[in-house]
Design a protein around this ligand. Structure first.
Ligand code: GDP
Ligand code: MG
Length: 382
C-alpha cells in the first residue's frame, strides 16, 4: 500500500506501509527502482495500522525529470556523467536535509532522527518511536520558545539524548554472591576477574572465586591462575550440590564470584537446566547475563531468551571496543528491560571495565545526528 506526492523540487516522495523496513525497501525497489532513497520511517497512525505497522517514505527523481541545473548536463551516459549525477544527488540531499532535517512537520514531529538512529544500528521501529517522542517533547517546549522558530540542532540532540536514556536503567553493582552466565566466549571469565579486582581486591574486600565451568578442559585452570595472582581462594565445583556446599562456608563480607560454563544451545539442553534451577531459586545469588556488544539485536534477544531460565537480574556488555556502533546493543537492552551493570571495552584486566552509563551508550548514537550549523547528508540509497 503506497501514497505519493510531488514536492516543490519535483522529487517524487512516496510512502509505503509495511511490517518492516526491509519489506518497504523491497516494495520501493520494485516500484521506484533501485535508485529510490529511504527518507524516513515512523510507526503508522492507528487508523492506518491495518496497512502495516510502519510508514516508510522514499524519494526519487522521475526518470524523465532531472533536478535543477541538470538541463546543462550532457545527455550521454559516461563515467563523468555518473560522478556528476552523484554530486548532484549529494547536493540535493543536503538541501533536503537543511530544509527538513529538524523542521517540525504539521504533526510536530521532526524529520531525520529515525533515519540517523537507524543508520547507527537502532532497530527501525524503535528509532521511529523515539523520533515520535522527541517530536512531542519538542512540541511541549514550544510555548516557552518563539512559536515560529524551529528547534535548533542542539535542542534536538538534547531531547534525543534524554529520550534514548529514558528507555534504559543503569545499575553498576554486583551482589555479595554473583554468578556470571552467558554464551561461550562472550567474556564471562574476563569480566569476573576484572570485577574481582575493582569491586574486591582494590577495595581491600575479601574475594572468593568459584568455577562451575568444569566442562572445558583448562577453563577452571585459567581461573585458578588468576585467583593465584590475585591471592584469592579458589574452588572448582562439578555440580549444583557441590556449589551449594561451597557457598555454605563463606563469611558474610566476602565477595563471592561464580564462573559458569559457556552454554551453547546444545550444552544448555544437556546440563544448563540443573544449574539454572539452582541459581534462579537462590535469592541470595545475583545472576548477571554477559552479552557481547558485537552481536546483532536478534542474536542478543535469542541468547537472552535462552538464558531466561537463570532469571538474570542485570546485563553486562563486553567487547564495546569491537562494536562499530552500539545501536544493536541499545535496541536489545531496551527490549529486554533489564538494568545494565558494567561495560567492558577491551581485554585488559582490570582497566577495561567500567560502570554502565548513558555516556558510553547514548553518546555514540548521537554522533549520527547533525550538530548546530551542520548540514546533514541524509543519503540513504536503497
Ligand atoms: N576486545 C575485547 N575482548 C574481550 C573483552 N572481554 C573479553 N575479551 C576476550 O574474549 C576472549 C574470551 O573471553 P573469556 O572471558 O574467556 O570468555 P568466556 O568464555 O565467556 O569466559 C578472551 O580472549 C578475552 O580476553 C572485551 O570487552 N573486549
Ligand atoms: Mg570462561
Amino acid at each position: 500500500m503506497a501514497t505519493a506526492i510531488r514536492s516543490p523540487q519535483q522529487l517524487l516522495v512516496k510512502s509505503y506501509f509495511a511490517h518492516s523496513v526491509p519489506d518497504a525497501i523491497q516494495a520501493a525497489k520494485n516500484e521506484l527502482g533501485t535508485d529510490a532513497m529511504l527518507l524516513n520511517s515512523r510507526p503508522a497512525r492507528p487508523e492506518e495500522r491495518y496497512l502495516g505497522e510502519l510508514e516508510v517514505t522514499f524519494g526519487k527523481y522521475p526518470d524523465n525529470e532531472v533536478p535543477v541545473s541538470a538541463a546543462r548536463a550532457p545527455s550521454v551516459s559516461t563515467p563523468g556523467r555518473i560522478d556528476e549525477l552523484l554530486d548532484r544527488m549529494d547536493h540535493m540531499y543536503s538541501l533536503l536535509a537543511k530544509q527538513s532535517a529538524y523542521e517540525p512537520t504539521l504533526s510536530g514531529r521532526p524529520h531525520g532522527i529515525a533515519f540517523a538512529l537507524t543508520e547507527a544500528g537502532v532497530h527501525a521501529p524503535l528509532a521511529a518511536e523515539i523520533e515520535e517522542s522527541v517530536g512531542k517533547r519538542l512540541a511541549e517546549g514550544t510555548d516557552a520558545r518563539n512559536r515560529q522558530a524551529a528547534p535548533t540542532a542542539e535542542m534536538v540532540r538534547m531531547e534525543v539524548s534524554r529520550e534514548l536514556e529514558s528507555r534504559l536503567r543503569f545499575e553498576p553493582q554486583i551482589g555479595r554472591i554473583t554468578a556470571f552466565v552467558g554464551a561461550p566466549g562472550v567474556g564471562k571469565t574476563t569480566s569476573l576477574v576484572k570485577l574481582a579486582v575493582i569491586a574486591g581486591v582494590a577495595l581491600g574486600r575479601p574475594v572468593r572465586i568459584i568455577s562451575a565451568d568444569t566442562q572445558r578442559i583448562g577453563a577452571a585452570g585459567q581461573l585458578r591462575t588468576y585467583a593465584d595472582i590475585l591471592g584469592t581462594p579458589f574452588q572448582a565445583v562439578g555440580n549444583p550440590a557441590e556449589l551449594a556446599h561451597a557457598l555454605e562456608s563463606i563469611p558474610e563480607q566476602t565477595l563471592t564470584l561464580i564462573d559458569t560454563p559457556g552454554l551453547s544451545p546444545a550444552l544448555m539442553n544437556e546440563m544448563g537446566g540443573e544449574l539454572a534451577d539452582f541459581l534462579s531459586e537462590r535469592q541470595d545469588i545475583d545472576t548477571q547475563l554477559v552479552l557481547t556488544a558485537t552481536a546483532h539485536r536478534t542474536d542478543l534477544l535469542r541468547t537472552a531468551e535462552r538464558f531466561n531460565c537463570f532469571r538474570p537480574g542485570r546485563l553486562i556488555f563486553t567487547q564495546m571496543d569491537e562494536a562499530g556502533s552500539p545501536g544493536a546493543m541499545y535496541s536489545a537492552a531496551v527490549h529486554l528491560r533489564k538494568p545494565l551493570s558494567y561495560f567492558c571495552g577491551g581485554q585488559l584486566i582490570p582497566e577495561d571495565i567500567g560502570d554502565a552509563s548513558a555516556e558510553n551508550l547514548v553518546g555514540p548514537l548521537l554522533a549520527q545526528l547533525p550538530r548546530s550549523g551542520e548540514a546533514k547528508n541524509l543519503r540513504g540509497a536503497v
